[in-house]
Design a protein around this ligand. Structure first.
Ligand SMILES: [Zn+2]
Length: 258
């Protein structure tokens, strides 16, 4: 089974069970009051360690049973509650539209990559010109959100493959990166998901993904380190070879003036 099929299965696709918008499972939300101090400490530590538990984004089986508009309505309500709890006056002209803006942004923009219906088509063509060296798409903008703090991490992805007979429209690689970035994420999982998607589309193991990004949860809170960045990489197939890997890194480092 290929990865996207696996992901669809994981997401519970195929089960067409209908739920009403009122069936949002509030009762399954994490009840912080019931957690003891040890569990809360573990949650805090896990967040700062940025541990990703699974390669597949952990989604509920009923993740897409509500429509986008139903989700926006529910999130809007809950976000208003958060703001009210913080003591903000939602009758203020500047604030009153915020819950809706945030809800719409979550569903339609920054987390739209949760929904497989938004996955870009990665159409490939046969490689008619016998180009056999690596193809690198570098400096791809990454804007994602850390799933532990819901704060952005922003950086660059460099993605490469060696064709086994197929080529892909280069902008499709950017779109794949963007799709997987538009989720609550951990950078390690994002790296693997891009490698999987590219490998599946190109029908080759010979793929490399390198991401360097700044996490706002590191710079704006906790340790408040503004200078550090986080690097993750995945080298598969031919890219496991040290020389091939070095060549990829050398190409990524070139600064061609255009
Ligand atoms: Zn974080």
């Amino acid at each position: 089974m290929n990865n996207s099929a696996q992901e669809l299965l994981f997401l519970g696709f195929g089960s067409q069970r209908k739920v009403s918008s009122t069936a949002l499972p509030h009762h399954n939300l994490l009840d912080l009051k019931k957690l003891d101090l040890h569990e809360l400490t573990t949650i805090e530590e896990l967040g700062d360690a940025h541990v990703g538990s699974r390669e597949l984004t952990p989604l509920r089986e009923d993740a897409f049973e509500l429509s986008d508009n139903e989700k926006i309505e529910i999130i809007q309500e809950h976000f208003a509650k958060i703001m009210e709890t913080l003591g903000l006056d939602l009758t203020d002209d500047s604030l009153k539209g915020t819950p809706y803006r945030v809800a719409k942004m979550y569903v339609k923009e920054i987390f739209e990559g949760l929904n497989p219906k938004n996955r870009p088509e990665a159409r490939t063509f046969s490689n008619g010109y016998d180009y056999s060296d690596m193809v690198i798409e570098k400096n791809i903008q990454v804007t994602s959100f850390c799933e532990h703090h819901f704060l952005p991490f922003i950086g660059k992805a460099h993605v490469a493959y060696i064709s086994k007979g197929k080529v892909i429209g280069l902008s499709k690689i950017n779109r794949l990166v963007d799709y997987f970035a538009r989720r609550p994420q951990v950078q390690e999982r994002l790296t693997l998901q891009i490698a999987d998607a590219l490998s599946e589309a190109m029908e080759t193991e010979d793929v490399a993904v390198f991401i360097d990004s700044k996490h706002l949860c590191v710079s704006t809170r906790g340790i408040k380190d503004h200078s550090s960045s986080t690097v993750t990489s995945e080298f598969r197939g031919a890219f496991k070879d040290k020389d091939v890997q070095q060549k990829f890194i050398d190409f990524v480092k070139t600064d061609t003036q255009l």
